[in-house]
Design a protein around this ligand. Structure first.
Ligand code: ZN
Ligand code: FE
Length: 255
């Protein structure tokens, strides 16, 4: 198995830029929040951009597409149902598709909810997934175009990946997410511990990515609507998981 190098950096205000570099020189940017920041990161690493993998159409994920494409000739891959709204797109992909990046296989998982066409890119050989604005560290994206049931289903698809999968998300919101999570699960010691670690990481100017799926399953309240303490706290009994998820999402929106 050949190695993959991943470089994550902050861009715009709280977007996370991610470069994925294969040993054969293939280099992909996950989304393109900011052409200048991505160009600077490429230069710092000495990598040349060959691909942009777009998770969804929002401007804070596609603003750099055209400038980076003009500069580097990179190929832009993105979700088919949002192709009309993704500047410079060359290749449309959909749930169940796969392609290769260098020698590495990438699987496309449809994760609608935040937007209707949102996709996650999963590299099974490396156990790494790029989840965009679907799952965040100890949190999840806002349900803007889809509905709570759809978003819950998308989160379940990510949750069913191998537990050791490393996750890179689209924004650094970990502190606000952890504090909200503790309001829901005040007795979750692992979550409390994670907040402390995340605070130190942010204070040191670093990012809380990647996160590991197994750790999210234990500390991300949006993946834990089955938790009895949470249901009791919310006054929700034997309802479907997605309803509890939806209540948590609504409360977070107002928090
Ligand atoms: Zn978004
Ligand atoms: Fe975003």
């Amino acid at each position: 198995m050949s190695a993959l190098e991943i470089h994550a950096f902050l861009c715009r205000k709280d977007n996370i830029g991610v470069l994925v570099h294969c040993e054969d020189g293939t280099t992909a940017s996950i989304d393109a929040p900011d052409a200048d920041a991505i160009s600077a990161a490429l230069q710092e690493k000495g990598w040349s951009l060959s691909h942009i993998l777009v998770t969804h159409h929002h401007g804070d994920h596609t603003a750099g597409n055209l400038e980076l494409k003009a500069k580097t000739g990179c190929r832009i891959i993105g979700p088919q149902t949002e192709a009309a709204r993704i500047p410079g797109i060359d290749v449309s992909v959909d749930d169940g598709d796969s392609f290769t990046l260098g020698a590495h296989r990438v699987e496309v998982i449809g994760t609608p909810g935040h937007t209707m066409g949102h996709v996650t890119y999963f590299m099974p050989g490396e156990r790494v997934a790029f989840v965009g604005d679907t799952l965040f560290v100890m949190g999840c994206g806002r349900v803007l175009e889809g509905n709570n049931e759809m978003m819950w289903h998308s989160l379940c698809r990510i949750a069913s990946l191998p537990a050791e999968t490393r996750l890179y998300c689209g924004h650094e919101y970990s502190l606000a997410n952890a504090r909200f999570g503790l309001s829901v699960e005040p007795d979750n010691a692992m979550l409390r511990n994670r907040l402390e670690n995340a605070e130190q990481t942010v204070a040191a100017g670093r990012l809380n990515v990647p996160t590991v799926l197994d750790c999210e399953l234990q500390t991300n309240v949006f993946l834990r609507p089955h938790n009895l303490g949470t249901r009791r706290r919310l006054g929700m009994g034997a309802v479907a998981d997605w309803r509890v998820f939806g209540e948590l999402r609504d409360r977070k929106n107002k928090a």
